[in-house]
Design a protein around this ligand. Structure first.
Ligand code: KG4
Ligand code: ZN
Length: 332
């Protein structure tokens, strides 16, 4: 079955056609990121206005590029939350109107859960049950996944999301937005052993906390700048970035492996924007291998927000009897 996926939970307007929940035939997106950069973060009003302007074109392009005729599409799978209210309403309204106009069933899909299953696009290696680590700009969660519809949160961040911490530290270091890729890039030139930053402990072992380490970086930079009476040297910036990245990833790796141990899981699935980071990919792969755990990442194109993952999960849920009606509403 061919599924049209639509994703508009944050700054992206994305549409995709996926065959049988697996084979991605098209994956189109338009991002308003450049319009947000000067504000150092996403401005919801800008995001949804751009989505209103681009959604028709993006969806049409996804259908044309897939080579699938409209009357062959068996389901419209759309993100219904969590995300920005106006952005979600835009995608959902477009999907509902298309469903009504074309007589195609519609299914609302959870954004976080679709990130988990992004790893299985274009490959078919999903072995339930497994542990999933979701690391994005808005969320950091460890899940225990029994099936496509049975997903339990084992722990999550108590404050900042992992990607959010990268974005904030990049701002402190005056690198720009979004911070993740910029920190990864300059960390290659830094010495991660130079400074000892640490993530705060959490009462529950599988929770995370990143706001303390971000504040640690802030005070470290303030002190250094005050002592030098001028801005940081490039080598200092690189060392801070590398040390911060290392500590955050140590926490992610330690807790992910611990979750696998507790749940006796043999597969660890990673998803979300931060999963594009090569240092994290390498670190998780090595640690998993040592414990006999199979660690699976999405292709880089499916780490950040995309509609292929929405179409993919939609197919699997729909085939198992999940349905939505036109009264489908957003779940912020
Ligand atoms: O999943 P995503 O595209 O959007 C949300 O659903 O939040 O994640 C975006 C986040 C941003 O915070 C960005 O800085 C981070 O993912 N990110 C990275 C990398 N690429 C994107 N963080 C670390 N290293 C990267 N290479
Ligand atoms: Zn996301």
């Amino acid at each position: 079955m061919y599924v049209l996926g639509i994703e508009t939970s944050c700054d992206e307007t994305a549409a995709s056609v996926v065959k049988d929940g697996n084979l991605v035939l098209s994956n189109i997106f338009s991002s308003s990121l450049n319009f947000h950069k000067r504000y150092g973060g996403i401005v919801p009003e800008i995001a949804f206005r751009m989505q209103l302007e681009t959604i028709t074109q993006v969806t049409e392009e996804a259908i044309v590029k897939s080579g699938v005729k409209l009357n062959k599409i068996g389901l419209i799978s759309v993100t219904d939350g969590p995300g920005l209210f106006g952005s979600l309403v835009t995608g959902l309204s477009y999907a509902k109107a298309s469903s009504l106009g074309l007589g195609i069933p519609i299914l609302g899909v959870n954004h976080l859960y679709s990130h988990i299953f992004a790893s299985f696009l274009n490959k078919n290696v999903c072995k339930f049950p497994f542990v999933a680590l979701l690391v994005s700009g808005g969320h950091t969660v460890l899940f225990y996944v029994r099936s496509f519809g049975q997903i339990e949160a084992l722990g999550s961040t108590l404050d900042d999301a992992c990607g959010e911490a990268f974005d904030k530290v990049a701002k402190i270091l005056r690198l720009g937005y979004p911070g993740g890729p910029l920190i990864e890039k300059i960390s290659k030139r830094g010495n991660f052993k130079k400074i000892k930053f640490a993530c705060s402990n959490t009462q529950k072992l599988l929770d995370f906390s990143f706001s303390g380490i971000k504040t640690g970086v802030l005070y470290y930079v303030k002190d250094l700048v005050a002592k030098r009476k001028k801005n940081l040297k490039p080598t200092q910036t690189c060392d801070i970035a590398a040390s911060f990245q290392k500590s955050v990833f140590d926490a992610l790796i330690y807790k992910s492996i611990l979750a696998c141990k507790i749940k006796k899981a043999k597969q660890l699935v990673v998803g979300g924007g931060v999963a594009a980071n090569n240092v994290l990919r390498e670190g998780l792969r090595k640690s998993s291998e040592l414990k006999g755990i199979d660690c699976i990442f999405p292709e880089k194109a499916f780490c950040a927000d995309n509609a292929a993952m929405v179409a993919g999960l939609g197919y699997h849920l729909f085939s198992r009897g999940y349905k939505s009606g036109l009264d489908l509403d957003v779940e912020v």
